[in-house]
Design a binder for this molecule. Sequence first.
Ligand code: BGC
Length: 464
Amino acid sequence: MKSKEFPNIVYIVVITAIAALGGFLFGYDFGVINGTVKALELEFNSNAVGTGFNVASIVLGCIPGALYAGYFADKFGRRAVMFSACFFFALSAWGSGIASGSVEFVIYRIIGGIGVGAASAICPAYICEIAPAKIRGALASAQQMAIVLGIFFAFLVNYLIANFAGDPSGIFAFGFKAWQWMFWAEIAPTVAFFLGLFFIPESPRFLAALGRDEDAKNILSKIYFNADEEVVAIKKSLGGVRPSVKDIFKENSFMPHGIIIVGVLLAISQQFTGMNIIMNYGEVLWGAIGFDKNSALLQNVITGVVNVLSTIVAILLIDKIGRKVLLLAGSFLMCLSLGAMGFIFSKGHLENSTLILPEGLGVTAFIIAMVFVFAFAATWGPVLWVLLGEMFPNSMRASGIALSAAAVWAANFAVVMTFPSMLENMGLAQTYFLYAIFPMLSFIFVKFYVKETKNLELENMKED
Ligand code: BGC
């Protein structure tokens, strides 16, 4: 289909949707564990530490996953990395369901993490490389939409399977238990991703770097009216050399280019908002402020819906008002909401390690938590992945996003692992006051060090 601005907008949207399935699997893999925790505890006889590890181990795979994706994407192409991620997703889904002990289970989860890490790095980069500059923000935000939908669908599928079987440990079908099917269910979207990959082209920017100019031009002619000029611009930006990991360092030094440091700091800032405390410990958090266990599911559903709807706000705004304004607004609102939560928590007192809040404040705390989720999902959630996909020059895009995505996962691990002991040693109020400081820092960082990329062609991205 032709439009005035783009030669074939349907083509662009379809390939974006297929690549974003990688984000869906990233979200699904994270969400699926939620409904299986208790059943795994029973099955493997694990203690609290073992359970924590069953949940968190996936992240240990994400870090090497992101790094290998960057390296292989410049050697074998973006599609090859996405194909390989399918293999890791499928092996992990199947293996997690057949695991007979914690160690075996953790190994399969780490394998899944490699897929998640790879998809988290390469899918946004690929989408940015096939997107026209004018709508690149909205298209790359599809990745975040897919992540939150993946989390949501995992919750939903888990819920339906558990309901049918009566319990996550009950028999669901063919003599296998519900929790096993929860993991196996992920094989369906993995197959969809795998088949979809046959229909999408290689990134034209990768092809141009290989010297396959005609192939690059054929693909670009469906995205731009002036495909010839685009190929010339890409080649010029690469200066006739193929991208390699070395490009992230300044000449003859181990000092990375400024833009790489900005990418890594953006990644850490996104995680230090504490969003994954709510994503991982929602149940503990709502329990700690006095909600009963049965309403945990409802709270999960509300969080999921707020997450999805707020992402739409970002998609609508990102190419109009730009990335920086969104990040600044997000930091501001998150700082306020985290501070407000800390203030409310400071009004409570502890009884048997449950925080008892004065009448009505529990609900207020939950509403403010949802304001926080909105602030994250409409800003830092999608904008980080959009920026990482587009802000690096062609020569260092794959390595830059790989390194930054690895930083996302390392910071994620630090936040998720330290929360239980912060809760125990500092209490909920102090923990939240501490987390309110990080958005202040990220506000200053974004204001002075992050450059706006709205409407810029990838060929115009700078090294510093
Ligand atoms: C973040 C994840 C988070 C997810 C869902 C992503 O942008 O990188 O850490 O769990 O959004 O909100």
